[in-house]
Write a protein that binds this ligand. Structure first.
Ligand code: SF4
Ligand code: SF4
Length: 391
């Protein structure tokens, strides 16, 4: 939609008020201690204004900024994943019904029906939401809770101007400026796209309209009209952000590299560093594996089934009768990176990685998915000697 608006910081506050008055639960970046997480935003003061970040392998630090930017940081420590796909949720509740002979009555749990406004979602995380839409909501068996939370979402995306050293979205085509159209559905990716601009002309947000709902929001805050010059400025900012990224994955070849690397000696190398701590899967915005946990009261009167995030790095995850099929860390790391970068493409027709870099920053051993993919690529070209079969 060819419509540019300019929001002032005051307009940003008004936008939040407008969304809340319209019944949306606004979820966006906010500071919790020494990290930026995604949580409920009640006013503009909840946004992490004046906060920047430093992200390196095994390092995440916040620092003050002197420019008053609201979005002057890269991917938050926590993505938007828990907004639609919580780390733990009740699937059903059961209770013993003494009026019916003591049989158990089971009821499915319902979700909070308030529509969600995603404010300040970054391009990588927006792409991750689109991936989850395909995995959890677009196939024959839908995840009922995810779909209910996702219905009616308004997306106010923010283009990245300050990528971290761990970011590599530009190489995967998932950022730092979000695609206007979801490549899987052909639907608009966002309702509004904001690019924060701070220069001699002042502090403002160039707003690009993605949908009629976005236009109504811009109208509601009486955002001023912008020009193509403003859009060019926004693109200049994200082009510069892309150019600053130093990490990359060769997205055209990585599928074949992983396929050719099943017996690579690199797996033993990375497994000697990997702690199998599961951090990478917990912070990853696309990982969606879960387990179930049943709890009951001591009297046997009530019970609940909880769905809980799980990880392919845990021994129990691949447990079938007799034991786990992936006993070694070698096999688990191979499974994880191969799924992310290769077999996910076979399964869902897209990459399972959006280049947010969280698995690099939050790995206590500083293991870097881009470095591992590059090493596998070099070794497959050179002809890595086969290692012993891994179990
Ligand atoms: S694999 Fe790593 S870089 Fe890729 S989406 Fe997951 S956390 Fe982000
Ligand atoms: S790669 Fe890093 S974060 Fe992932 S399980 Fe191994 S040590 Fe933990």
């Amino acid at each position: 939609m060819d419509d540019i608006r300019i929001l002032t910081p005051t307009d940003l506050g008004t936008l939040i008020v407008e969304l809340r008055t319209s019944g949306f639960r606004v979820m966006g970046p906010t500071r919790r201690g020494d990290a930026i997480v995604t949580a409920q935003i009640r006013s503009v003061s909840d946004l992490p204004q004046g906060v920047g970040d430093t992200q390196e392998p095994a390092e995440y630090r916040l620092h003050d900024r002197d420019d008053g930017a609201y979005f002057g940081f890269a991917a938050p420590a926590q993505s938007t994943k828990p907004v639609f796909f919580p780390a733990e949720e009740v699937v059903w509740r059961g209770r013993r019904d003494h009026e019916r002979g003591g049989h158990f009555t089971v009821e499915r749990d319902t979700v909070d029906a308030a529509p969600i406004a995603l404010l300040g979602v970054r391009s990588c995380d927006l792409r991750a939401v689109q991936i989850h839409d395909q995995v959890l909501s677009a196939r024959h068996f839908r995840d009922a809770h995810y779909t209910a939370r996702r219905d009616g979402t308004v997306v106010i995306a923010v283009a990245c101007s300050h990528p971290a050293a761990t970011c590599f979205c530009a190489s995967l085509g998932t950022g730092p400026r979000p695609a206007a159209i979801d490549p899987q559905t052909g639907q608009p990716s966002y309702d509004l796209l904001l690019t924060e601009v701070i220069d001699d002309a002042g502090h403002r947000f160039v707003a690009e309209i993605g949908t009629d709902a976005g236009r109504e929001l811009a109208d509601a805050v009486e955002a001023a009209k912008g020009t193509e010059t403003d859009r060019a400025k926004a693109i200049e900012i994200t082009d510069a952000a892309a150019a600053r990224q130093t990490r990359a994955i060769d997205r055209d070849n990585v599928h074949g590299v992983l396929k050719a690397s099943a017996e690579s000696t690199r797996w033993e190398d990375v497994a000697s560093r990997c702690l199998a701590c599961t951090n990478c899967t917990m912070v990853c915005p696309t990982c969606f594996c879960t387990t179930v946990s049943d709890v009951s009261d001591l009297a046997g009167e009530s019970a609940e089934r909880h769905r809980v995030w799980d990880s392919c790095f845990s021994a129990d995850f691949s447990y079938i009768h007799g034991g786990p099929t992936r006993e070694s860390t070698t096999a688990r790391y191979r499974q994880w990176i191969t799924h992310k970068l290769s077999s996910w493409q076979d399964q869902f027709g897209m990459l399972g990685c959006v280049g947010c870099g969280r698995c690099i920053a939050w790995c206590p051993a500083g293991i870097d998915i881009t470095e591992e993919a590059a090493a596998l690529g070099r070794m497959s070209v050179l002809g890595s000697p086969a290692s012993a079969a891994m179990t």
